[in-house]
Design a protein around this ligand. Structure first.
Ligand code: AMP
Ligand code: MG
Length: 341
């Protein structure tokens, strides 16, 4: 399949209409959002969403997030919008928060992966919103990567994974947040955080009062336990290398890396630490700056593959605020392999 590439620098670009035409005609198009690039298609057409699963190689029981550009698009997708959901939308939409509610009849089986609920988000990225508006329908848009690989935060990442498999890619530059949206379920009481992201637990608590954090945010899903968020049970964000996340001070980290490195090892460290490292390094943002780590983590994981690293020692991020999202992605990339020195 020929994949068209539209380089778009603002929401005023006339190319957006061309991309939206493809979506209106049942095609699938990778679009930039503030979180990561999404692989978009008409959320109300099951044959389209099937193409999305196929292009990504995504397991069919892993549901898709539906993206809207106007509040009025939300009500038809769900059974009811409770006050708590309205309060969240007022506080955080447009933005990196996905809200799960019982779904309406409009949602095809494929979008919800067989669940009775649907996940909806209104992105803040101007290009994304214009594309949704021009397409004239809500868009299902999971991350535009091959399933299991690190999520794409640049058009190049999308090209590397999906070129030739999808109709078009809208290149709108690098994503500003860099990790996928916060996913919160309002289909249970109290509300449950299923995936941490740019909207932090503290921000949610301020609006909702009590929330619960799903155990899968921190830990490997227990054998035989059903995942509240099906995505959490799959191998994720994985470079080819085996990563060990190491909780220690810089000195002990360096000594450990030196002692345990093999020929193709590398370290994943913070900016400014490269010089001190005994082996080659890839950085993932500034120390104690979760926003910069979030923006860089997926690109760094992909770079580890590019340099052929097979055994990687990674510096431990702080895991509060947005740092919880960085930690959650890294611990999965490491297949929960961690140690404290
Ligand atoms: P992605 O679109 O690749 O960012 O992944 C979407 C994430 O949201 C996955 O982890 C899904 O499992 C999760 N998700 C989407 N819809 C639902 C739903 N109805 N219930 C629980 N989790 C959901
Ligand atoms: Mg994904």
């Amino acid at each position: 399949m020929e994949t068209k590439i539209y380089k778009v620098s603002s929401a005023d670009s006339t190319l957006i209409k061309e991309a939206a035409d493809i979506l209106r005609n049942g095609g699938i198009v990778a679009i930039p959002t503030e979180t990561v690039y999404g692989l978009a298609g008409n959320a109300l057409d099951g044959t389209v969403t099937e193409k999305i699963y196929k292009a990504k190689g995504r397991p069919s029981d892993n549901p898709l997030i539906v993206h809207i550009s106007e509040y009025s698009q939300w009500a038809p997708l769900v059974k009811e919008i409770p006050e708590s959901a309205k309060a969240l939308a007022d506080a955080f939409w447009p933005g990196p928060l996905t809200v799960i509610l019982p779904k309406s009849e409009l949602i095809p089986e494929g979008v919800s992966g067989g669940l009775s609920t649907v996940a909806v988000r209104m992105p803040s990225d101007e290009i994304a919103r214009k594309i949704i508006t021009e397409a004239g329908v809500p868009l299902a848009a999971p991350s535009a990567n091959t399933s299991g690989k690190p999520s794409p935060t640049t058009a190049k990442h999308v090209i590397d994974d999906l070129y030739g498999k999808i109709d078009a890619i809208v290149d709108g530059g690098d994503c500003s947040v860099g990790v996928e949206s916060t996913v919160l379920s309002l289909a249970v009481s109290p509300p449950r955080l299923l995936r941490p992201g740019g909207i932090t637990p503290e921000m949610l608590t301020e609006v909702l009062g009590e929330i619960e954090i799903d155990d899968a945010v921190y830990n490997k899903l227990a054998e035989g336990k059903e995942a509240a968020s099906p995505g959490m049970k799959y191998k994720h964000y994985s470079p080819k290398a085996q990563i060990t996340l190491i909780k220690s001070d810089l000195e002990a980290f360096i000594a450990y890396a030196k002692e345990n490195a093999t020929e193709n090892s590398a370290v994943l460290c913070f900016e400014g630490e490269e010089e001190a490292m005994p082996i080659r390094s890839i950085t993932y943002g500034k120390k104690d700056d979760a926003l910069s780590q979030a923006k860089n983590i997926f690109d760094a994981l992909r770079k580890l593959d590019e340099i052929g690293a097979d055994k990687v020692f990674a510096r431990y991020p702080k895991n509060d605020g947005v740092g919880l999202a960085v930690f959650n992605r890294l611990i999965r990339a490491a297949a929960f392999n961690q140690l404290e020195l």
